[in-house]
Design a protein around this ligand. Structure first.
Ligand code: CTP
Length: 422
């Protein structure tokens, strides 16, 4: 967690605690958020109080811990008859740590038979769930399907870790580390879920065009920029599909997460994967380095040296972005332009030629902004002719700048982390 982030100050956090052995770890979360300046209101389920006393939270939090649906303290000393509506309506974020299988099931089903589940239904604030349970329960399809449902509704899930569990077993299901949970909460406080419900398709990596079964024409794109856009869009609530030609392994971080990963190899495969999904997409970010040409014929058998230097005849690949530009019906199109000279001029030409809404151009001859590195510096051009040059940023930070522009094009409200205390 960034302890000095102003995003914590005065923000109202409902800290839900459900009944699992990890409930004691929520005390530390409570303390750290209060120290960072947040107003923390703890809500414990009955079962949570079997593991940890409400008094412990009351002593550390900004207002007394609450456990009952029908009577509660308001924080100003008076009683509030229906605390779940007050808590839900005034929250900037609701975080539940640990979230048990039962809590997850009730929330997914819309059941509200205690103060915590009622608060979850009575809030429009973003919700962060940090599940913790035994491995068998965590892997049970019922739990996973409930989480899929909740993710689809925009709930953030901080995946549990693998490690020692209650009773000495070892496996997946241990509550995520406090930094991971606090990082996710800070995330929603700074960005909110401004892309919730938006369907974003991102392409990444460099396509490979087969010469024969073992050789290909490729390029130096690592896929890191596209993967960063997919990761950030997902963190901001979008439903993300990542069509990636990047080396296997880069997408591993998305395994079991909410991002749908579609691996492809060639420009043609990427074209087909993107076009078949385009109607069900709101935003396409074409970060991939798509080969412009491919061998007209790919040899079926490996070419042998003894046969002499092959003559490889090339033909153009489909220009995916240009095709999207001609068939789009309200979708926001973001293109990339990797240039080595006259960046702004070439980029402006591409923006118009491919009918894109936003073009992200970078000078790949710059060692800090090119392939394989984790940083990037870009010029953003939009169809109104406006341009903005970014400083040197991490690819994740540049992804956020791009997504801020996408959110604005979609008419989404930016989330102001410095909003006044309520
Ligand atoms: N692109 C695409 N399909 C292709 C080639 C490129 O969709 N066959 C997309 C890229 O993903 C990128 C944008 O078009 O978002 C610009 O790519 P670039 O290769 O720079 O554009 P070209 O039109 O190929 O221009 P150049 O003449 O510089 O090669």
């Amino acid at each position: 967690m960034d302890p000095v982030s102003p995003a914590w100050r005065g923000r109202r956090v409902v800290l839900g605690v459900s009944g699992g052995i990890a409930a004691y770890k929520a005390v530390e979360l409570c303390r750290q958020m209060v120290d960072a300046g947040a107003h923390v209101a703890p809500v414990l389920t009955e079962d949570a109080t079997r593991f940890i006393g409400a008094l412990t939270f009351s002593a550390l939090a900004s207002e007394p811990a609450q456990t009952q649906l029908f009577t509660g303290a308001t924080g100003d000393g008076s009683e509030h008859p229906i605390p779940h509506t007050r808590l839900g309506q005034s929250a900037d974020v609701v975080v539940v740590a640990p979230a048990t299988a039962r809590l997850i099931a009730k929330y997914a089903a819309g059941l509200s038979d205690d103060l915590l589940t009622a608060t979850l239904l009575a809030t429009r604030a973003p919700v962060v769930l940090a599940p913790a349970m035994h491995t068998e329960m965590w892997e049970h399809p019922a739990v996973q399907e409930n989480l899929t449902t909740l993710r689809r509704r925009g709930v953030h899930v901080v995946e549990p870790e693998s490690g020692r569990l209650a009773g000495g077993d070892i496996g997946a299901g241990r509550l995520a580390a406090p930094e991971a949970i606090l990082g996710a909460v800070l995330e929603v406080l700074t960005h909110g879920l401004d892309l919730a419900g938006v369907r974003v398709l991102v392409t990444a990596g460099g396509t490979r065009e087969a010469i024969d079964p073992v050789r290909f024409i490729g390029n130096r794109s690592s896929g890191k920029m596209g993967h960063a856009v997919a990761e950030r869009a997902s963190a901001r609530g979008a439903a993300v599909t990542l069509v990636t030609a990047a080396a296997a392994g880069l997408a591993d971080s998305f395994a079991a997460g909410p991002v749908e990963v579609v691996p492809v190899v060639s420009a043609q495969e990427m074209h087909d994967a993107v076009l078949s999904r385009f109607d069900a997409t709101d935003v396409v970010v074409m970060a991939a380095a798509v080969a412009d040409f491919r061998p007209k014929v790919a040899a079926l058998d490996k070419l042998k040296k003894a046969d002499g230097a092959p003559e490889i005849v090339l033909e153009p690949t489909p220009d995916i972005l240009a095709e999207l530009g001609t068939v789009k019906r309200g979708q926001v199109l973001v293109g990339f332009a990797a240039e080595t000279e006259n960046v702004a001029v070439h980029a402006a030409d591409k923006l118009a030629r491919k009918n894109t809404d936003l073009l992200v151009a970078n000078d790949v001859s710059d060692p800090q902004a090119g392939f394989e590195v984790d940083t990037n510096r870009a010029i953003l051009l939009d169809s109104s002719g406006a341009s903005e040059e970014t400083p040197l940023l991490t690819k994740a930070a540049l992804a956020d700048v791009i997504l801020d522009r996408v959110a604005a094009l979609l008419g989404r409200e930016p989330v102001n982390p410095h909003q006044e205390m309520r």
